[in-house]
Design a protein around this ligand. Structure first.
Ligand SMILES: Nc1ncnc2c1ncn2[C@@H]1O[C@H](COP(=O)(O)OP(=O)(O)OP(=O)(O)O)[C@@H](O)[C@H]1O
Length: 625
């Protein structure tokens, strides 16, 4: 060995942090180190297989078939995992085994620090990777030779996981990677063959590459290798031969999710377009799902060969919670992300896969409503984006929506539109809804008073996407949606005012309305008498074609300037406060009252005022009177 090339490197500080966290929080589940090492070997083999097929000139065909081998050495207390995959170059090894290169990882670490309680869950979801070997090993040696490096140019990486590692150039005969774990004295149980076999069958049975374990003779010499996994890609097996447990295990392997999947859809399609898809709907959202920009998508295989992770083109963004694989027989192997973008074959596949997911959700809601509710609670907010983004499937998605409503005294969204229609009162023509900042705010909104009184149900929407969604959700089964914070003649038609207006007070009321208009002038679009209110004197609504308050808030939050909304002030003439003001003689006092009431209505609608001090001064003045 050439000692001159041996150099000591320092781990990036995040790696040290990760190592520390992992060793302490994962100890109870330490066997996963083997899953991680095997999964890396399998990825390396998949990469080499792909490179050989797509660039046959650069990568020589191997003489040996692809495989992963594990050997246990009881004398030296080591576990060795060998693969004949793509290997690593010097740059790669420095990047992969010395730093945390993945962009999301730093965020992940920060989250981990903050959420000590959920640490285990987080780690499980994230996938702990190569560094987990240090949970059981006091020292790790990695011998690797990259597949397109000639002249036996190999590397030896070694570390005790304590802040530094060494790297040395050494000759290596075979391409691929060999990882030697020098076990801590407390971890010698992992030298038992049955134990290793158990771990492999628990976590790595679905790896489509053979995993072999060494067999020794009495003199401790390896005499043969026994295959210990099935080594068949699960999706290629006929559905009837796959057990529920096997589907679940493949999901765990694919996603590293600690929960079982909610459901899955497996299709083997033959004909003009041949492909297999195996897609899962998880139980819970993972920490990165909320961000539309984060990685998602299916794992793409072409003719059984792994091509890429996170192929987003096969499903629309609003189904980004779906995990799984697609294996196409028709796509070329050297397909790039750019080509995926405008390939007509893919567009067609995307249409079919989208329909499959939506149909499976439809069946779930019909056959297993409890499970569906669980799905909705976790992913409803993402699925809602589909109403705006997928015109073609809008109807199907509408049927999948769930809402909170006035008649259901709970925050959980579990009313379907079909069920809302069933509760229509006589003469009801529209589906009423209210968008607000929060569920609690909507429940107390004065807009609801008339609906409460007349037992008409109202959908209560308070998710961030709701206002946006409602711009696209215009009709359901020929019934129009109507925001109750907007003017609406159908409502007036439906409800006969209880308190009849006599000719005398009619004149009094009309002149009061005129007076109010003269006082508020440009501040309002109009002033009207309303029958919507019972306990509240005044309310503001937006004109049916104007931008709603929530929409304006959304735009403002996104940094856009929006013109100020001109509201219509509606007055409840029967309210004692209004009756009192009508009889006030001093014009100056009437002016203060009307301005104060208008600002009050604005405060209720928007949650804030441009000039709160002005408002308070008016109130104080009235209190002194
Ligand atoms: N046996 C191997 N052959 C070739 N490269 C490897 C091997 N083991 C690890 N690597 C490289 O090291 C990188 C880091 O591995 P690590 O397990 O820490 O993370 P990962 O596999 O990328 O992520 P995750 O575990 O979250 O899926 C791998 O992405 C790969 O590039």
């Amino acid at each position: 060995m050439d000692q001159k090339t041996k150099k000591t490197h320092v781990f990036q500080s995040e790696v040290k942090q990760l190592l520390h966290l992992m060793i302490h929080s994962l100890y109870s589940n330490k066997e996963i180190f083997l899953r991680e090492v095997i999964s890396n070997s399998s990825d390396a083999i998949e990469k080499l297989r792909f490179s050989q097929l797509s660039h046959p000139d650069q990568y020589k065909k191997l003489i040996n078939p692809f495989k992963i081998q594990i050997s246990l050495d009881k004398k030296n207390h080591t576990i060795t995992v060998i693969d004949n995959g793509i290997g690593m170059t010097k740059d790669e090894i420095i990047n992969n085994l010395g730093t945390i290169a993945k962009s999301g990882t730093k965020n992940f670490l920060e989250k981990l620090q903050k959420n000590k309680k959920e640490k285990n869950d987080f780690i499980g979801q994230f996938g702990v990777g190569f560094y987990s070997t240090f949970i059981v090993a006091k020292k790790v040696s990695v011998y690797t030779r990259h597949a397109n490096l000639k002249n036996k140019q190999g590397l030896l990486w070694e570390s005790e996981g304590k802040g530094t590692y060494t790297l040395e150039e050494i000759p290596i005969q075979e391409i691929g990677t060999q990882i030697i774990l020098h076990l801590k004295s407390t971890e010698h149980e992992f030298l038992e063959e049955w134990k290793i076999k158990n771990i492999v069958s628990k976590y790595s049975d679905h790896i489509s590459i053979p995993i072999e374990i060494s067999k020794y003779d009495e003199k401790k010499k390896i005499i043969s290798w026994d295959q210990i996994n099935k080594a068949k890609a699960i999706w290629t097996i006929p559905k009837k031969n796959i057990t529920k447990k096997e589907y679940q295990e493949f999901y765990t392997y694919l996603t590293k999710d600690i929960e079982k999947p909610l459901t899955w859809i497996h299709n083997i399609i033959e004909g003009s377009q041949e492909y297999i898809s195996l897609m899962y709907i998880p139980q819970k959202s993972t920490w990165d799902m909320w961000n539309r920009e984060n990685k998602h998508g299916l794992k793409l295989y072409v003719k059984n060969v792994y091509v890429m992770d996170d192929a987003t083109q096969f499903l629309p963004n609003y189904l980004r919670f779906v995990k799984g694989i697609i294996d196409s027989q028709d796509l070329p192997l050297n397909i790039s992300r750019e080509i995926l973008q405008d390939n007509p074959l893919i567009k067609n596949l995307r249409k079919i896969l989208t329909k499959r997911i939506l149909m499976s959700l439809t069946t779930l809601q019909e056959k297993e409503p409890k499970k569906y509710q669980k799905f909705w609670n976790n992913f409803g907010i993402i699925l809602k984006e589909g109403i705006a983004e997928d015109t073609e499937n809008k109807n199907i998605i509408s049927n999948l929506l769930r809402f909170s409503s006035l008649h259901m005294p709970q925050k959980e969204q579990n009313l379907s539109l079909k069920n809302y229609l069933k509760n229509f009162v006589s003469n009801q023509e529209k589906i009423y809804f209210l968008t607000s900042e929060s569920y609690e705010a909507s429940l107390n909104s004065p807009h609801l008073e008339i609906f409460k009184e007349n037992k008409i149900d109202v959908l209560l929407l308070s998710d961030r996407v709701d206002e946006w969604m409602m711009n696209y959700l215009l009709e359901f089964e020929n019934k129009k949606f109507q925001s109750i914070s907007k003017t609406d003649l159908s409502l007036e038609k439906m409800i006969t005012p209880k308190k009849n207006i006599t000719p005398e007070n009619n004149q009094q009321y009309t002149s009061f309305i005129e007076k109010t208009k003269n006082i508020l002038k440009e501040k309002v679009k109009d002033v009207r008498i309303t029958h919507r209110l019972t306990n509240t004197p005044v309310i503001v609504v937006t004109d049916s074609n104007d931008m709603s308050t929530q929409m304006a808030k959304l735009f403002t939050a996104a940094g856009q300037t929006v013109p100020a909304i001109k509201y219509i002030l509606e007055i409840n003439m029967q309210h004692p406060l209004i009756q009192k003001i009508i009889n006030i003689k001093s014009e100056k006092n009437i002016l203060i009252w009307i301005e104060m009431l208008f600002e009050q209505a604005i405060l209720v609608e928007k949650g804030n005022l441009e000039n709160p001090n002005n408002f308070i001064q008016k109130i104080n003045q009235l209190l002194l009177n």
